[in-house]
Design a protein around this ligand. Structure first.
Ligand SMILES: [Zn+2]
Length: 102
């Protein structure tokens, strides 16, 4: 592929604009095709695209795999045992624990 061809298919700014739609699967077929042509010819945009794709995947992964609540519980247990956090900590004390005041 000759150097000018991909630049004709898309200028870089436009290719990067379409990147988000492309990853979302929102880009029309003929635009996808031209986007791919640009990516094939333009190292800069290809690196940008791969970086963006990685970031998007990392975000999706975090969204779908939040840290388990057991992890938080274990940490709190440990802190209570070590005496760092008291059992009467208002943030962790169960609410169904009536205090008898007479
Ligand atoms: Zn480019």
């Amino acid at each position: 592929m000759s150097g000018w061809f991909y630049k004709v298919a898309y200028p870089c700014e436009q290719a990067r604009e379409f990147m988000y739609d492309y990853l979302d699967g929102q880009l029309p077929m003929f635009k996808q095709f031209r986007f791919q042509i640009h990516l094939n010819g333009c190292t800069e945009c290809r690196e940008y695209y791969l970086l963006y794709k990685k970031a998007a995947h990392a975000y999706e992964f975090r969204k779908e795999n939040p840290p388990p609540s057991e992890f938080l519980e274990h940490t709190l247990d440990f802190l209570r045992k070590e005496g760092i956090v008291g059992d009467d900590d208002p943030a962790t004390a169960p609410e169904s624990n009536p205090v008898v005041q007479s």
